[in-house]
Design a protein around this ligand. Structure first.
Ligand code: G6P
Length: 609
């Protein structure tokens, strides 16, 4: 979703801002813009579409010597994506410029008020109102003007503000939309995401909600909106630049698919106790006694993370026999859920910033639940607001369609289920069998990736289909959902995931020779049932692509295509079965000439409701 980058220092700001915006492209956007502080006032430039258009629009101005500015990528919410609505927005004198992520909910009321005060409103956005409001509150001190304006605002914001009246100052503020300050030498940065500044510094301070920062080349002062001061703790983040570059791959998504052996190793490193057959997860901040007495778990998430939550339910219920409910965060937060101090709620989020997941988590906390995060982005809001949790350590995920975060989430849920199970009814032997199988997963993923050419050939044969059906049973039903989601996200082919046996109750009506059906048909207790479902598809001329267990020779004659995955523990199959589905979607999308890393209309991190 929208991205912010700001720079104040002694170098030329423009290339730093443009590169920062390019690092944020993955979040999804439809227009971009920037404001530079020149000796003769603010230089504002905007464009619709890609950052390249913004660079072109700058023309002669691209050699600006300004060393102070802010920039933005916009993902339209209020007002269509056009030049006028792109950020930055300014006051009527063009002395104050502002970029904003989030939504100002009471902007209509504020707009009417400002019009009565004589302000001329030029755009359809909620953000412009904020620029005028800051101007209205301004009495010589920009920080105080921002504070004054924000006290009147309802909604969510991450903002960066500059003014031609205040050279060498960026005012940044946050409520519900992430913002981070980067500390350099004689220069400082502001961004909505550390990747925008990672090539310049790894020393960061995350702003908390209701905080305002005054950032100059050598200082940053953080105050709460009520004026109390905070002594900022600078953190060093361990992400490196190569983690956010393609490193020879055609797309970030492909790089991230191939990173999975490494990311799974990172997710399990130091967490496996082979002797006891148990996972070590100290970050949960729960004693063994507390783990033994958990009587109810809720897992909440959105998108791909919700699919891993569904797998978590299968794992925890089967291994630990604790009831688990899984709910979309957007539904959970609005339906007065039954939550009390006996409830443990897991919030799963790659970004740690998804607005609905965050709100669901806060709602559960309000009712006394213990709230635990399963998060990738270190220092993100969900991670910081949880009572405890487990980082998945997948490193930055840039492709909008989530791949490596999914498998690492599933792996962490497997470890949580193992821990809860071993605290209860699972024996050492059962625990060991699983822990040993977990350790083998990265090498098994490598062997599936080595088969990419065969998967690409299948993609070639089916990439012109207009509909796909994905079927799975048991713990692999959510994998079918995830396979279908991957395909529709990046190739725009309509795809549905279904429990294999449910097909008879509806989707079977769609099946004909034009309908490829991807079936996860592994050698497990429901194998024979799935084979019957395959027969039902074939009887209607449907074309079946099966994901099967290595060594299953009989399946090849009963389907059109088969992709083999290695044998593993019955409960660990999702981490393997999803890999060919990711590759299939990727290659189909490439063959259809789709924008794989930045699919239309999607955003990497959805920070609005
Ligand atoms: C967006 C992304 C999805 C992601 C979902 C949840 O829709 O496009 O890939 O699964 O948000 O994001 P989270 O960061 O909370 O896992």
């Amino acid at each position: 979703m929208c991205g912010i980058v700001g720079y104040v220092g002694s170098r030329k700001a423009l290339p730093i801002l443009i590169n920062g915006l390019k690092r944020l492209e993955y979040r999804g956007y439809d227009s971009a813009g920037l404001a530079l502080l020149q000796d003769d006032g603010l230089l504002i430039s905007k464009s619709v579409g890609k950052i390249k258009h913004l660079e072109d629009a700058l023309g002669d101005r691209s050699n600006s010597q300004a060393s102070h500015g802010i920039a933005h990528t916009r993902w339209a919410t209020h007002g269509e994506p056009n030049y006028v609505n792109a950020h930055p927005h300014t006051d009527n004198n063009c002395e104050i410029a502002l970029v904003h992520n989030g939504i100002i909910e009471n902007y209509r009321t504020l707009r009417e008020y400002l019009v009565r005060q004589g302000y001329i409103i030029k755009t359809d956005t909620d953000t412009e109102i904020l620029a005028h409001l800051i101007h209205f509150s301004y009495q010589g001190d920009l920080v105080e003007a921002v504070r004054g304006a924000l006290t009147q605002v309802e909604g969510a914001y991450g903002i960066a503000v500059v003014s031609s009246l205040h050279p060498d100052l960026i005012v940044a503020a946050r409520k519900g939309s992430p913002l981070v300050i980067g500390q350099g030498v004689d220069e400082n940065f502001v961004a909505s995401d550390v990747s925008a500044m990672l090539e310049h510094t790894n020393r960061v301070v995350y702003l908390d909600d209701d905080e305002i920062a005054a950032v100059t080349p050598n200082t940053f002062e953080i105050t709460h909106i009520d004026r109390t001061r905070r002594d900022p703790q600078v953190e060093e983040i361990s992400w490196t630049l190569d983690m956010i570059e393609k490193e020879g791959f055609d797309h970030f998504m492909l790089k991230e698919i191939h990173e999975q052996p490494t990311t799974i190793r990172n997710a399990i490193r130091g967490r496996l106790n082979f002797e006891e057959g148990i996972a070590r997860l100290n970050g949960l901040n729960l004693q063994y006694d507390e783990l033994r007495t958990i009587s109810r778990i809720i897992i909440t998430a959105c998108g791909t993370s919700w699919h891993s939550a569904l797998i978590g339910k299968y794992l925890i219920e089967e291994i630990a026999r604790v009831p688990v409910e899984v709910e979309y965060a957007s539904e959970f937060r609005y339906r007065s859920p039954i939550v009390d101090s006996q409830t443990v709620l897991f919030a799963i989020s790659q970004s740690g910033e998804t607005a609905d997941t965050l709100a669901a988590m806060r709602e559960a906390k309000k009712h006394g639940a213990t709230v635990l995060g399963i998060v990738n982005a270190v220092g993100s809001t969900i991670a910081r607001e949880s009572h405890g949790g487990v980082y998945i350590h997948a490193g930055p995920e840039i492709g909008v369609a989530s791949t490596k975060a999914f498998t690492s989430q599933v792996m962490v849920l497997t470890l949580i289920a193992n821990l809860l199970g071993r605290m209860r009814n699972w024996s050492v032997a059962q625990g060991r069998e699983m822990i040993e199988a977990v350790e083998a997963i990265p090498a098994q993923i490598e062997s599936i990736l080595a088969n990419e050419d065969a998967i690409k050939a299948i993609a070639d044969a089916y990439h012109q289909a207009t509909n796909f059906l994905y079927l799975g049973r048991g713990i692999n039903f959510p994998v079918a959902l995830e396979g279908a989601l991957k395909l529709k996200e990046i190739s725009y082919i309509h795809a549905e995931g279904y429990p294999a046996a449910e097909m008879k109750h509806g989707p079977i009506a769609l099946i004909d020779e034009n309908m490829p059906v991807v079936v996860i048909a592994l050698k497990d207790p429901v194998y024979d049932k799935v084979m019957s479902n395959i027969a039902e598809v074939r009887a209607r001329n449907g074309r079946v692509i099966a994901i099967a267990t290595e060594g299953d020779t009989e399946i090849a004659d009963r389907v059109n295509e088969v992709i083999y995955i290695p044998h593993t523990h019955r409960l660990l199959t999702p981490c393997l079965a999803v890999i060919p589905l990711q590759l299939l979607s990727y290659h189909i999308a490439v063959m259809r000439d789709c924008s794989v890393d930045q699919p239309r209309n999607l955003a990497k991190s959805v920070t609005v409701e």
